[in-house]
Design a protein around this ligand. Structure first.
Ligand code: SPV
Ligand code: MG
Length: 280
């Protein structure tokens, strides 16, 4: 962020999707709770365990050199759970965590009619302080996410919470909105007079493009929060339906990645070199 001003972080749910994001030119990876839940075919409602998420994050870190922003939802419980989680995520190779001010178990933010209950401000401040106190590397970012707009509590409450979380030591504030257009986020960003920068996740309001984000001046991280699993789903739906409709793979094979491309992504060549060097 110091070098680039605004960093672009792509959602990943697997090492393969992380490699594709890195090759496409993103600055970092979002270890998304929504995407991993979708990968398991379950709703994003605190059903995936910390261990499952950590296992995937470690696998992603093993295949990509990009910084990983870990979506740790509510921190898996109270401030004591957060202390445990921060140690685990820092050791696993994350560069940042996002913790949100909802109660555990959470309900995903964008679903219609979702139960959106927020923690008391003081309790969430304790969780932020616990995270800051636990991290070993001062460059490991603790990003506080307020769901005040998602919960329908309005900008005043969102600003109050963002200020309280900055006071607790948060390095950035993530402000999330489920409005279909960006007015709520733009209004919040213009009203934000804190000292820490903002992170946004333009999942619901796609027309907030880079030029509009940069015009706001205080947004330094944009997370493309569910675009990996949505892109993969659309591609698989289309190919799978065509195979059934066509009665075979005779047409679809021209429009999907050739197997040689998968070999490349698997670094199969490296294995061949190692076979020649070490298999006797
Ligand atoms: C995620 O990708 O898990 C997020 C973003 O937290 S959202 O699903 O839009 O809440
Ligand atoms: Mg999430």
């Amino acid at each position: 962020m110091a070098e680039r001003g605004l960093v672009h972080i792509m959602a990943t749910h697997s090492p393969l999707s992380a490699v594709l994001a890195e090759e496409a030119g993103f600055d970092g990876l979002w270890a998304s709770g929504f995407e991993l839940s979708a990968l398991y075919g379950v709703p994003d409602m605190s059903l995936i365990s910390m261990t499952q998420h950590l296992d995937m994050l470690r696998a992603i870190a093993g295949r990509s050199s990009l910084p990983i922003v870990a979506d740790i939802d509510t921190g898996y419980g109270n401030a004591i759970n957060v202390i445990h989680a921060i140690g685990e995520y820092e050791r696993a190779g994350a560069s940042a965590v996002v913790i949100e001010d909802k109660t555990f178990p959470k309900v995903t933010s964008l679903v219609d009619g979702g139960r959106q209950e927020l923690l008391r401000v003081e309790e969430f401040q304790g969780k932020i302080e616990a995270a800051i106190n636990t991290r070993k590397d001062p460059d490991f970012l603790v990003i506080a996410r307020t769901e005040a707009l998602i919960a329908g509590l309005g900008e005043k409450e969102a600003l109050k919470r963002a200020h309280a979380y900055e006071a607790a030591g948060a390095d950035m504030i993530l402000i999330h909105s489920k409005k279909k257009e960006p007015s709520e986020i733009e209004s919040f960003a213009r009203a934000w007079d804190g000292n820490v920068p903002l992170t946004i996740v333009p999942n619901a309001y796609p027309e907030l493009d880079v030029s509009r984000i940069e015009a706001l001046g205080n947004i330094r991280m944009v997370i493309y929060g569910n675009y990996g699993v949505r892109a993969a789903t659309a591609a698989m739906q289309s190919a799978f339906r065509r195979i059934i409709a066509d009665g075979g793979v005779q047409n679809v094979h021209k429009d999907i990645a050739p197997v040689e491309e998968i070999f490349r992504l698997q670094r199969t060549d490296e294995t061949k070199v190692n076979e020649r060097a070490f298999l006797r």
